[in-house]
Design a protein around this ligand. Structure first.
Ligand code: FPP
Length: 236
């Protein structure tokens, strides 16, 4: 099977999943976090090397204080106590996003999970938190500008050279999945998805289980990736 090396998921539909069942939106996020844990373990079993997920965008701060606070508390709880299976599986957890505006306990939980899992080699779970794709490119451009000021020669600077200026130096996304019925990218990993295959599903994220994930993998296997050329070859 031709398994995508890097899969990214826009985990949408938690709120609607909850509302449809007469539950509070926060219960949708809680169910979504359980789904995420199961999917991360499953993705690695299927041969995926990197799973990137959109857990909180820079624009999600526009939501009610109660919901923002719930998501912050949820991530702290998961990082501190619930990611043991992820760690045992040998998955390295990295967090991408801006560190400004985050509470100190959230920053500490991020630091701890990254430290605890840093030597794991079975796969990578990249959690995008307080994340924006344009912001990542701007932050990378600022780092590059500093290097140029310090004498970096950019005469032969290529698009693949920019990856190391992003939050984490991860390969391009092969397959982007968006649950919840919308068909847009919502400022997610813009630099990394230039040649991604897209898979959209109406399924709300809490219901996006292993078999739903496998459907996306099967679809990917049948796509003909040409990267702007006429034969199937890697872009990076
Ligand atoms: C979008 O659904 C989802 C989010 C803004 C949050 C996603 C977060 C999780 C799945 C939990 C992450 C947990 C950890 C441990 C990283 P929505 O609320 O916009 O749904 P709606 O479109 O139906 O309202």
């Amino acid at each position: 099977m031709n398994v995508p090396k890097h899969v990214a998921i826009i985990m949408d539909g938690n709120g609607r999943w909850a509302t449809n069942q007469g539950k509070k939106r926060s219960e949708g996020h809680l169910e979504g976090s359980k789904t995420l844990e199961k999917l991360a373990l499953h993705a690695i079993d299927m041969g995926v090397e990197i799973l990137s997920v959109y857990a909180f965008s820079t624009d999600n701060f526009k939501r009610d204080f109660e919901e923002v606070n719930y998501l912050m508390n949820l991530i702290v709880k998961y990082f501190n106590t619930k990611f043991e299976k992820i760690n045992k599986k040998g998955i390295k957890v990295v967090v991408s996003g801006r560190k400004s505006n985050l509470r100190t306990d959230v920053l500490k939980a991020i630091e701890d999970i990254e430290e605890k899992t840093k030597n794991n080699t079975k796969g990578i779970l990249n959690i995008c938190f307080n994340y924006g794709g344009q912001e990542e490119i701007i932050d990378g451009a600022i780092k590059l500008a500093k290097d140029i000021n310090n004498g970096l020669d950019i005469t032969n600077f290529k698009r693949e050279d920019f990856y190391k200026y992003l939050y984490h130096d991860l390969p391009p996304i092969d397959l982007l999945i968006r649950t919840g019925g919308e068909q847009r990218v919502s400022n997610f990993m813009l630099y990394q998805m230039s040649y991604s295959e897209f898979y959209f599903t109406n399924t709300y994220f809490p219901d996006f289980d292993k078999s739903e994930f496998n459907k996306a993998l099967f679809m990917y296997e049948n796509r003909d990736r040409r990267f702007g050329g006429i034969v199937d070859k890697e872009s990076k």
